[in-house]
Write a protein that binds this ligand. Sequence first.
Ligand code: CP3
Length: 336
Amino acid sequence: MWFMRQAGRILPEYRAIRQRLTLIEISKRPDVAVEVTLQPLRRMPLDAAILFADIMTPLLGAGVALDIVEGVGPVIESPVRDEAAVRSLRALEPERDVPYVLETLRVLRRELDPAQALIGFAGAPFTLAAYLVEGRPSRDFVHTKSLMYRAPATWHLLMDRLAELTVSYLRAQIAAGVDAVQLFDSWVGALSPDDYARYVQPYMRRIFTSLGPAGVPMIHFGVATSTLLGAMRTDGATVIGLDWRVPLDEGWARVGHGLAVQGNLDPVALFAPPNVLEAKTADILQRAGGRPGHIFNLGHGFLPGTPLENAIRLAEFVRDESTRFRADDPALAIFA
Ligand code: CP3
């Protein structure tokens, strides 16, 4: 069990640091980034820490002028909408361009308990492209999808560059000691299965094929992907993220039980009364059925305003229930 966006927004000790430093400043200071990454593990019985950075961090390192604006998200100074702009994106050399990320990971791996996993991450090419092309968060991705349809060669060049950047960034994170990596393809659910297959899937396959030999589990996360799961299962990831729109057992059946799944509590359930929160959580565990290969998580990250006490209640409930689940099953009792 871990939670997307477990660091930050829900923790007062994070907000106190954010009074003094911006998100980008925190990620460039390994001492502070390590502290912020560890904060949620002191509050909740989590099995993993996730690197504190942003999906835009490697683009910043590669020289893209951008800011992460509070309450808005990433904003790009000059949106990338033609071939010249794509050609001006340069490759990432992680040790030179984002040394602070690698240093943060090396310190974290030393400081964490060996039983706690360290998760590295990157934005997936479609989601990165959506920010680069739109220039800011978007609902309909009109510029992104019209680039895809109107100038497919430019689109493929952009995806090719972003896939290469992602592979070198994650390779460096693996070398720095992460135990698993997550590809955040938060906005890929905006695509039809046919568009996914044509414009995105070759690049996801390339990333998973390139990183596979490193031997760390690879989590492919997206939102609103129920119609894409059949395609995602063949792309080479070890774990598929499910959001709350698909019941966990149905999603897992679509992914196939040969792969692990992660999810899938609605982040809004944390605003519900305790009995509703617990019933929804118990339902997910029931649907997972004690089968190995379920990583409990939210279907997407914690939302702003999530009450911290509910997050703590949730984590403790999942820990207690899953211990009980394993204890009930003699085959799994050794994990209890
Ligand atoms: O705890 C963690 O999950 C680790 C750190 C983390 C951040 N961003 C820090 C952050 C991770 C894994 C991300 C990934 C990320 N960033 C994604 C993929 C996950 C998702 O939610 O789909 C995306 C789409 C982004 C881009 C981004 N950065 C958005 C949309 C925002 C929200 C803007 C806002 O203020 O609501 C950000 C800012 C951001 N990244 C915050 C944090 C903790 C917000 C708080 C702050 O400004 O301090």
